[in-house]
Design a protein around this ligand. Sequence first.
Ligand code: SF4
Length: 239
Amino acid sequence: MKLLSTANPKIQKGTKLGYLSFILHLAPATLSGKETCPKRTAGCTAACLNTAGRGGMFKRGENTNMIQQARIRKTKEFFENRDQFMKDLYHDVRKGIKQAERLGLTPVFRLNGTSDLAWEKYTVGTTDMNLFELFPTVQFYDYTKVLGRKVAQYPNYHLTFSAADGNDADVVKAVAQGMNVAMVFDKLPAEYMGRTVNDADEHDLRFLDPLNTIAGLKAKGRAKKDNTGFVRRVIPIIG
Ligand code: SF4
C-alpha cells in the first residue's frame, strides 16, 4: 500500500526552499471507526484540513470520495495490520529519500497530515526502533495537540504545538516548554501572546521556524465561519 504523497500545494511550496515533503494522510478523528486525534476539539474537528482541496470535493448527493476512502483504508490498515503498515511506511520513506535525492532536494516527512498519532511509539518489524531512529539523519515534523510527547531524544523530529478552541492551558504549558505554537487567525497579527507571528502559509517546513514564535495560519474553508474559538479573531465582530 502506497502511504506517502507529495500532492499537497502547501507542501509543494517547500520545493522552492530545496525540500521535498512527503505527507501521510490518515482519516482524522473517528472517520475510520478508530480515533486518530486524541486531543481534538469541536472546532478543529469541524474545520479539519481533511476536507481541504481535492479531499473535500464530493459528487452531488455524496459525502465521500476516493481520497477519503483511501485515507480510511490506510487508517484501518494502521490499526488492523500494524506490522505490515509500519513496514510499508518504512519502505515509502526509503523510496522518498531516493526520489528527493534524484531531484536534488532534501527529503522531509510529515506523518500526521490529518491525524495526531504518537509515531515515536511505533517500531518497525523486529528492529525495536521507530522511524526517527531508523532514519536519524532525516528530518520529520508534525503539528500536535498532545502535550508531553516523549520526543526529546529524537533531534530529527520537530513538533509544533497546535492551538485550538479550549486548549489554552496546554498552549501556555507548551510555550513554557519552549515549543512553537501554531494558531489559526482571521487576519495575521505581527505579534500574539508577546511572540512574533510568522506567516505559516508561506510553506509547511515548521522545523525552519525561529524558536519561541507563533506559526500563524489564516482561516480557510470551513474555518472562516468558525465561532468555537478555534480561530483567533483579530478583527472585531461588530453587530
Ligand atoms: S487534531 Fe488535527 S487532524 Fe485531528 S481533527 Fe483536529 S485538525 Fe483534524
